[in-house]
Design a protein around this ligand. Structure first.
Ligand SMILES: [Mg+2]
Length: 270
């Protein structure tokens, strides 16, 4: 499906052999949140799902043809409250915790790593006082250093602090570093969104076609796992992505979800 030189534009003619086969398929939709369903905000606390997107997700989740999961780097309680829909599956902390649609999972290393996460958060908090705009988000099973609002000149120093604090945890292989857009994160090693997607897919019955849509480097793990068995879509053009396809922006994510939503309901799973 993928061409050399980067992903194929999903709404372009080159993708029609794949996009044209979607009507009639039951799709297991895996969606990232920030930058995919909502615009990225300087303050992530301000990201809210639009009424339009919420109804669209509700409608997709309410159809008996499709399965919907939202996988985010946010804490589970955070992503759940921002989406606020009952009938979907949620993955928090990049899928370290999964809940919804009869599924319940907490990665065993996540529980074990909680104390290390706590210590790392305390150290980071102490080290970054004096850097306005930088802040530490303790998310129970992972911890993030956000620097989107920090002075540009301070960013190399903030990264250095992060890596110094991380070093001890990396040596003992308890935690690993995850990079995102203007954020560095420490989380239990050996888990990512790709493995979380496989965990969910293994529990789904029926002929679902998996589709993953995401905009960030943390979504690449899911593109890696689904590359040969599903449709992988990066939001925003990126040459280095493992995704088969790309969409130009979030508006096109809405357009794609809408095209899946309005397919005739009479068509059954394969
Ligand atoms: Mg994102």
């Amino acid at each position: 499906m993928k061409e050399r030189g980067g992903p194929v534009y999903f709404f372009g003619a080159e993708a029609s052999s794949v996009s044209g086969t979607l009507p009639g398929r039951s799709i297991a939709l895996f969606l990232d949140f920030d930058g995919t369903l909502v615009p990225i905000q300087k303050d992530p606390g301000r990201c809210a799902l639009s009424g339009e997107t919420k109804s669209q997700l509700q409608s997709l989740a309410g159809s008996d043809r499709h399965f919907v999961a939202v996988l985010s780097g946010r804490a589970l309680s955070d992503i759940k409250s921002r989406i606020g829909i009952q009938n979907i599956c949620y993955g928090g902390n990049h899928g370290l915790v999964i809940s919804g649609k009869g599924m319940r999972f907490v990665h065993q290393e996540a529980s074990r790593a909680m104390r290390a996460i706590d210590r790392a958060a305390q150290k980071l908090n102490k080290e970054i006082t004096g850097f306005p705009g930088a802040w530490v988000e303790q998310k129970k099973y992972s911890v993030s250093l956000h620097y989107r609002l920090a002075d540009k000149k301070a960013i190399p120093e903030l990264k250095k602090i992060f890596h110094e604090v991380s070093a001890g945890f990396l040596r003992s292989k308890v935690l690993a570093v995850m990079k995102g857009k203007k954020v560095l994160e420490l989380m239990p090693a050996s888990w990512d969104k790709g493995l979380a997607v496989l965990w969910i897919l293994n529990r789904l019955e029926g002929g679902y076609l998996p589709m993953f849509i995401g905009d960030d480097v943390t979504d690449e793990a899911a593109f890696r796992e689904l590359k040969k068995r599903g449709i992988t879509i990066r939001v925003g053009k990126s040459k280095s992505t493992l995704a088969n396809f790309y969409l130009k922006d979030r508006q096109e994510v809405y357009r794609l979800l809408e095209s899946i939503r309005v397919q005739p309901n009479s068509l059954k799973k394969e």
